[in-house]
Design a protein around this ligand. Structure first.
Ligand SMILES: NC(=O)c1ccc[n+]([C@@H]2O[C@H](COP(=O)([O-])OP(=O)(O)OC[C@H]3O[C@@H](n4cnc5c(N)ncnc54)[C@H](OP(=O)(O)O)[C@@H]3O)[C@@H](O)[C@H]2O)c1
Length: 259
C-alpha cells in the first residue's frame, strides 16, 4: 500500500525520527497513534499534529512491556484501522569507554526494546492487516544491521534482528496486499546521536533523514538505505575476509554515553 495513509501508528514518536515522521504525516483526515515513554515530549508532538489537522491518540508506553502495548494497539486499530505502522522506537548503548565488554543486561535491554519491541508492535497488528488485505509496515533498523560493530554489539545484534524480521515478513505479506519497508539509515542528528562520542561520517539532519524515509515509504520502497557510501563501507566489511573487516572496524572507535 502506498500513500496517502489515513491511519498511521508510530512508535518512538516522542523524539527524533519518529516525532519528525509524525509531523510529516500529520494532516486533515489522518489519524495518528503515537507511542513513546516521555509523556511531556509525546504531548507536545501530539499537539503539533493536532494543530496540523490530525486526530491523535497517544500511548505513553514502554514497548518492551507487552501487557501495556497490546491493549493500546488493539484499541487504536479498532478505532482507526491502521494503514501504516512505523516501528521507530529504539535505544542505543555500547561497551565501556575503555573498550571492555558490554554488560549482558545492557545487551539484553537493547534486544528487548529494539528487536522484541518492534516485533511486539507489528505482530499483534498482522491479523487485522491481513484480514483487510492492505497496509504498510515500516521497520527502522540501521546501517549497523549490515555488519556488527565492535563497540556496540547489542545495538548491532538488535538492529540485525529488526532488519531480518522485516526482510522475512516482506515476501510473506506481499501477496496479502501488505507492503514492508526496511529502513537502514546512517547517522542523523537526534537525542540518540547526542550521546555518541566518536566519528559520525556523512551525518545528516534529522529533518533530512525523516524526509528521505517518508519519500521512500510513500513510494512503496522495499528498502531504504542511506547514505550510500556508508552502506557500501559496511557491506564491504561484511563481504571482505573477516580479519580485514575486523581490522577496519576496530579503528572506527566510538563510545555511547549512558542515557
Ligand atoms: N540517530 C541515528 O543516527 C540513527 C541511525 C540509525 C538508526 N537509528 C534508529 O532510528 C530510530 C529513532 O532514533 P532517533 O535517533 O530518532 O533517537 P531518539 O531521538 O532517541 O528517539 C528514540 C525514540 O524511541 C523511543 N523509545 C525508546 N525506548 C522506548 C521504549 N522502551 N518504549 C517506547 N518508546 C521508546 C523514545 O521515546 P522516549 O524518549 O519517550 O523514551 C524516542 O521517542 C531508533 O530506532 C534508532 O535506533 C538512529
Amino acid at each position: 500500500m502506498r500513500a496517502p495513509f489515513r491511519a498511521v501508528m508510530i512508535t518512538g514518536a516522542s523524539s527524533g525520527l519518529g516525532a519528525k515522521l509524525a509531523a510529516l504525516y500529520a494532516g486533515p483526515n489522518v489519524a495518528l497513534g503515537l507511542v513513546g515513554r516521555d509523556r511531556e515530549r509525546l504531548s507536545s508532538v501530539a499537539a503539533a499534529c493536532e494543530e496540523a489537522g490530525s486526530t491523535v491518540r497517544v500511548g505513553a508506553i514502554d514497548i518492551a512491556e507487552e501487557a501495556a502495548l497490546l491493549p493500546w494497539l488493539g484499541e487504536f486499530d479498532r478505532a482507526f484501522p491502521v494503514e501504516l505502522v512505523i516501528a521507530a522506537a529504539g535505544i542505543s548503548a555500547g561497551v565501556d569507554r575503555d573498550g571492555g565488554a558490554e554488560a549482558a543486561e545492557i545487551t539484553f535491554k537493547q534486544i528487548r526494546v529494539n528487536l522484541l519491541g518492534a516485533v511486539q508492535t507489528i505482530a499483534p497488528l498482522l491479523p487485522a492487516l491481513v484480514a483487510r488485505g492492505r497496509g504498510r509496515i515500516v521497520l527502522i533498523a540501521s546501517v549497523a544491521a549490515l555488519r556488527g560493530l565492535p563497540y556496540s554489539p547489542g545495538y548491532c545484534a538488535s538492529k540485525a534482528g529488526v532488519r531480518a524480521y522485516g526482510e522475512a515478513l516482506r515476501p510473506l505479506l506481499e501477496s496479502r496486499g501488505i507492503g514492508v519497508t526496511v529502513v537502514c539509515p546512517g547517522f542523523f542528528s537526534s537525542r540518540m546521536t547526542d550521546r555518541w562520542e566518536g566519528p559520525t561520517p556523512f551525518l545528516m539532519s534529522g529533518e533530512a533523514a525523516a524526509r528521505r524515509v517518508k519519500r521512500g515509504i510513500d513510494r512503496g520502497r522495499r528498502r531504504i538505505t542511506f547514505p550510500l557510501p556508508l552502506a557500501l563501507g559496511m557491506r564491504f566489511c561484511d563481504l571482505a575476509p573477516a580479519a580485514l573487516g575486523d581490522a577496519i572496524l576496530r579503528r572506527f572507535r566510538f563510545h555511547i554515553r549512558a542515557q
